[in-house]
Design a protein around this ligand. Structure first.
Ligand SMILES: [Zn+2]
Length: 193
């Protein structure tokens, strides 16, 4: 499983990081590419990947703060212009109302998409071929955190504090000092333990 950080910024822009978006690819299995959250700039990060915005059929949302959903409509329109009108959007209770509300202020986009909306609760479900376990987080609005598993024989446990870039042997500490010069998206591999 490969995780590409399309954006790791928050609601206040830094000029260096897109807002939240993660791309999951199951290189060793059958799961489809999955986009988790879609904050401002995440779609540009997605366009810089091999998957691209055309290659995403499923979006999984954690919650509805703007820094996690503000590129949803730009994603829909870009896919429409590329001839891709199918999209499944999965998220906590209220996802349907969110999408309906967003589309309602852009009449020209009405009826142009074949959207599948699925609202999920804490527990287990499947998304894009991944087995997902959801738990509710402590946040200022209803929010779910997800654990995803895929049938990937090469899968290893992900430890953020020991992760290494596949393109450099530079230490985590050194790379952190240089982080202001890094460009997103950043793709990293999970470190084995
Ligand atoms: Zn939030």
């Amino acid at each position: 499983m490969q995780v590409t950080f399309l954006g790791t910024g928050a609601a206040m822009p830094t000029g260096e990081r897109n807002q939240t978006g993660l791309l999951l690819e199951d290189s060793g299995g059958d799961a489809d590419p999955l986009l988790i959250d879609c904050g401002s700039g995440a779609m540009h990060g997605l366009a810089a990947t091999d998957v691209g915005y055309e290659g995403i059929d499923t979006v999984l949302l954690t919650h509805y703060h703007l820094d996690h959903v503000s590129d949803l409509l730009p994603l829909l329109k870009a896919r429409w212009l590329a001839g891709e009108t199918d999209l499944e959007i999965i998220g906590p209770d209220g996802t349907g109302a969110l999408i309906e509300g967003l589309l309602s202020v852009h009449d020209y986009m009405a009826g142009r998409f074949d959207l599948s909306i699925r609202e999920v609760s804490p527990g287990s479900f499947s998304a894009a071929g991944y087995d997902v376990a959801a738990v509710e987080t402590v946040h200022s609005m209803h929010c779910l955190a997800y654990r995803l598993e895929a049938d990937d024989p090469t899968a290893r446990r992900f430890w953020p504090t020991t992760v290494r870039s596949p393109t450099t042997s530079t230490s985590t500490t050194t790379r952190r000092r240089r982080s202001s010069a890094r460009r997103w998206p950043a793709t990293i591999s999970a470190a084995s333990t």
